[in-house]
Design a protein around this ligand. Structure first.
Ligand code: FNR
Length: 363
């Protein structure tokens, strides 16, 4: 008999929309420009089919994967998204508890409305072994970047995720139309508080989106022993350079369609990056992942794990911690079933020859 929560990504967004202020819903749901990249992230998965393998026997099945020296319960993680307290009063604390309770690694970030130390503490209270990474944008002032890195280190984060797809801010069409450009009173990007000596006490500074270079990444490399994950790499040549520069992992992403609207879907960029990297570092991906088969497609095309952004915020808005835990559990169970139906026993069993375009002919 089937037990457990039913996975219903479209329903979750619909229910969240009914609950959120329209400008907050739009901030989360929206993308850049005409939202082509946003749509393509999901549509590209829809253009791909999985060829199942049969009669592979009943060896014990598991969803565990190894990433940067740790075992994850499933090839699934929570991507960094801004301002969780817009979705629910418990914000990032609820997300962190749900992620930890379900064994799902969490990437919290500098745009969180809860300080990273509190996020990690909430996760560790549920599971002392919880994996929490910190996402940042390199800042124009090295001291600000340094202060952020130290906050993440002191909090107990086990990797830094550097988002490199944002030399400037993407054009967020819906936010411009709605005039949404500030957090409501009482909410702030808490990690941006008191970063520089001499700053107004308790004051936050803006997150700068700024055209950093490889030199800046090297400075970050010298600053910390934490593993570095580069987020937002889509070009295979950049992936190759990143590996040569000693980056520890890549997160293939078009930022949920919020930066370059002409960017390809993340899943469509994945095969070329996988070929360029040739297994030298693990590849993560996010963008449009909504169901177990999306995770399976990403894995078959070279990722070791796939991240979810908006689905977490929809679940948070409607159900708080329980909502997020149910969504993550349902997604993991959905993936486990897809894995079995594809004839796989473990995530690594999914291979590129099992991915075919929909439509005839294919051979
Ligand atoms: C994001 N994303 C993001 N990425 C990042 O590196 N730093 C950030 O602060 C944010 N903030 C953010 C806010 C919101 C509301 C969204 C929807 C997204 C991008 C995020 O990490 C991820 O790449 C995408 O959300 C993945 O796509 P899906 O799962 O939302 O389709």
């Amino acid at each position: 008999a089937r037990t457990g929560p039913v996975h219903d990504p479209a329903g979750a967004e619909r229910r969240a929309r009914a609950q959120l202020r329209p400008e907050h819903y739009d901030f989360i749901a929206g993308g850049a420009g005409e939202e082509t990249a946003l749509r393509e992230n999901e549509d590209a998965f829809g253009r791909l089919a999985l060829l199942p393998r049969v009669l592979r026997g009943g060896a014990e099945r598991g969803t565990r994967v190894g990433v940067l020296g740790r075992e994850w319960a499933a090839p699934l993680f929570v991507s960094p998204t801004a301002f969780h307290r817009l979705a629910h009063p418990d914000g990032e604390l609820a997300t962190a508890r749900a992620a930890a309770a379900t064994g799902t690694p969490l990437i919290t970030g500098m745009a969180a409305t809860t300080a990273v130390a509190d996020v990690v503490a909430a996760a560790r209270a549920r599971d002392p072994e919880a994996v929490v990474w910190f996402q940042l944008y390199l800042q124009p002032e090295h001291e600000v970047t340094t202060a952020l890195v130290r906050r993440a280190e002191r909090a107990g984060c086990s990797a830094l995720v550097v988002t490199v797809d944002s030399p400037v801010f993407g054009t967020r069409t819906r936010d411009l139309r709605n005039g949404f450009h500030d957090l409501p009173p009482g909410l702030a990007a808490e990690n941006m508080r008191d970063l520089l000596p001499g700053a107004a006490p308790g004051g936050t500074r803006d997150i700068a989106m700024w055209p950093a270079g490889w030199d800046d990444l090297r400075r970050l490399r010298d600053l910390t022993d934490l593993p570095l994950v580069l987020k937002g790499v889509l070009h295979p040549a950049d992936a190759r350079t990143a590996v040569e520069q000693g980056v520890d992992a890549l997160l293939v992403s078009n930022h949920g369609g919020r930066q370059l609207d002409a960017a390809p879907a993340s899943v469509e960029a994945l095969p070329a990056v996988a070929e360029a990297v040739a297994g030298r570092v693990p590849l993560l991906m996010d963008g449009g992942v909504r169901r177990g088969s999306d995770v399976a497609l990403a894995l078959a095309l070279g990722a070791v794990a796939a991240g979810v952004g908006r689905p977490v915020l929809w679940a948070l808005a409607t159900g708080g911690e329980d909502g997020v835990a149910q969504m993550l559990t349902a997604l993991r169970e959905d993936f486990d079933r897809v894995l079995a139906l594809c004839g796989g026993h473990r995530p690594e069993d999914l291979t590129a020859d099992q991915v075919v375009p929909r439509g005839l002919p294919h051979r």
